[in-house]
Design a protein around this ligand. Sequence first.
Ligand SMILES: NC(=O)c1ccc[n+]([C@@H]2O[C@H](COP(=O)([O-])OP(=O)(O)OC[C@H]3O[C@@H](n4cnc5c(N)ncnc54)[C@H](O)[C@@H]3O)[C@@H](O)[C@H]2O)c1
Length: 246
Amino acid sequence: MRLKDKVSIITGAAQGIGLATARKFAREGAIVVICDMQPSGVQAAVAACEAEGARAVGYVLNVARRAEVDDMVAAVLAQFGRIDVLVNNAGITRDARLQSMTVEQFDAVIDVNLRGVFHCAQAVAGAMVAAGSGVILNASSVVGIYGNFGQTNYAAAKFGVIGFTKTWARELGPKGVRVNAVAPGFIETPIIASVPEKVIDQLKTQVPLRRLGQADEIANVYAFLASDEASYVNGAVLEVSGGMTV
Ligand SMILES: NC(=O)c1ccc[n+]([C@@H]2O[C@H](COP(=O)([O-])OP(=O)(O)OC[C@H]3O[C@@H](n4cnc5c(N)ncnc54)[C@H](O)[C@@H]3O)[C@@H](O)[C@H]2O)c1
């Protein structure tokens, strides 16, 4: 078990990559803290982790609301006494081309995908630095490296997350805290359910592996980066895209 007793907060863990990551962490022995906006999804994810034999607790919260994040972190510290891992996975899309994107669409994505990552990292950093150890993992995207049609807001946020990652790796590395980002390609989860089948087929042809990724294939990378096996990986942006950008 590579994450035995590591207290691991995973945001956006009610479905998709976050849920797969929570279950993987549970199988690796972690104490899993499920955070999401969907109350029934939080409950189900906690039950799924417990079914894997892990201790798990759930918090219904919006990462864009700082007070809710602070309350969760305080409660986790009160219950477990430390935080070993934060996976900043919660994310949304509100796609539109530059000329038709509304300010509301722009703000919604920046609030969750960028500001939410800042809130969670800042909330746990003190405890990690005090402990002299910890791991922060941020969800970027290939869109944050290369851009994407119709995703001005999302590309900006995911590019910003890479900036966070490199900055925090420099700031927190000397204190024993590693910070890395994962940049998935196109992964089969509810977030891409609205993408037309024709577009999905087209995307597959761009991937040398000729298929979309599965949530478990990202969860496995988070588990590696969270584990001591990645002890010299810091400030990295690990692309997990089946090679779609080579
Ligand atoms: N699926 C992909 O192809 C893909 C590719 C690259 C990056 N990503 C990134 O990976 C992460 C997970 O993606 P996914 O495909 O599993 O998405 P998803 O939509 O399936 O799941 C996202 C989860 O985040 C939760 N969430 C949304 N806003 C929240 C908020 N404000 N506070 C708390 N929870 C919130 C949702 O309720 C949901 O459970 C996202 O950051 C996404 O941008 C996904």
